[in-house]
Design a protein around this ligand. Sequence first.
Ligand code: 3PG
Ligand code: MG
Length: 402
Amino acid sequence: MPLATLKDLKSPKGKRVLLRVDFNVPLGPKGEIGHEEDARIRAALPTIQRLRKAGARVIIVSHLGRPEGREAKYSLRPVAEHLAKLLDKDVPLIADGFDEDRLVDKKIAAMKNGDVSMLENIRFYKGEDSNGSFLARRLASFADVYVDDAFAVAHREAASNVGVTKHLPSYAGLLLETEVKHLDKLLGKPKKPFVVLMGGAKISSKLPTLKKLLAIADTVMVGGGMANNFFRAMGLDMGRSLVAPEDVKTAKGLLARHKHTLLLPKDVLVATRLDDKAEPRYCRPGEIRKDEHVVDLGAETIREWAAVIKKARTIVWNGPVGLFEVKKFSHGSISLGRMVAARSSGKAFGVVGGGETVQCLLRTGMEEYVDHVSTGGGAMLEYLAGKSLPGIKPLMKRSKKK
Ligand code: 3PG
Ligand code: MG
C-alpha cells in the first residue's frame, strides 16, 4: 500500500498542518453531540494528538451536511466545542471569509506549536464542491503540509481533499491509513458467501456502487429508502415514501439483470406519521396505502435476512433499513446490526460503515465484535466496489509532491 503516511512526514515541529477530517456528524436541536453521534470525531483523535505531540500547529478542515451557502444550522461551532472537550484544549473556530481580509491568516499566524484551530464548514465557501482552484490555493496558503484523515468523504472530488494536494506535500492520516488497510483485506477475493446489506437515504449516489456490488457479491439485501425505488420499478404504489424517477429507471435495469443476487423486503412496516406516536402496521410492499410511508422492514423479512447473514463468510453493512432514529421504527436496523456483529469476528469478516450505520451499531452495544467499523458510508462502498477514490489517489507515494 503505497500511501504517504505520517511516518513520511519528517520534522513536523512548528509546521502548520492543514488536516482534512470528516466531522459530518448529526447535531441535536441545540447543537448537542451525543456519544453515539461523535464516532467520526473520536476516530480522528489519534492523528490530531500525534501531530500535536510532534509540535505541529493543526488547522482542521471539515464539512457538515449539505448547506446552501452560509446556513447557521450547519456551522461547525458545536463540533469545535465538542472537540475542545475531547482534547481538553481550546479549539477556536475561524469563521472569517477567505477572500475579504487577512483575518484568517493573522489567526493562523498566531497559533503556537501544539495548538488546534478549526475552519468554519468548508462547504460554506465557494469552490469546495466544484474543486475550485482559488479555494484550493487559498487553503494551501494557510499551511506547510496537508494531512488527510477524511476517508468518509474520499469519494468526493472537492477543493479541500483533492485540489489542495496539488499545492502541498500531502500525507494520509492514521485513520485514513487504517481504513484502507482493513478494507484492502476485502478487495480481491472476499470469502464466500459474500453478503451485502444496504439501506439508507442517499439513494442516487449509491446506485452505481450497488451495481458493482451486485456483480461481486452472492447476495445483496436492499432495504430502507433504497428499496422503495425497486418496488416502484415493479409498478407498486409507495404511498408517501420518497422515490426518485431517475433511480426507478436504474432500479428497473438492475432488477432485470440481478434477480438472483438482489434480495428485497418481503414485507415492510408502514405508518402515516413519522414519530413515536405513530401506530405502524406490517404489510406486503403491494399493500401500501396512499397516506403511508415505509418506515422499517417487516418481521418476516428480518427473519429471512438474519438467516442469510448467519451463513455469510464476508459481510458488509451500510445504511439503516428504516427510520431508526424513531424507536418504533428501529427494530429492523438494530436486530440486523446485532446479527452482523454476532456473525463477525471469527465466523465471517464483518465490515460496518457510514455515519448513521455506525450509530445503529453502537446502539446494539456489540461494536467490538465487528472486524472493521468504517467511518465511511458511500466512500467505503465505492472503495469496496473497486473504485480508486479521488481523495486517496493524491496520497499515493508515486504521485506525492516534493
Ligand atoms: C457522509 O456523511 O457520507 C460524508 O460526510 C459525505 O457527505 P456527502 O454525501 O454530503 O458528500
Ligand atoms: Mg452519511
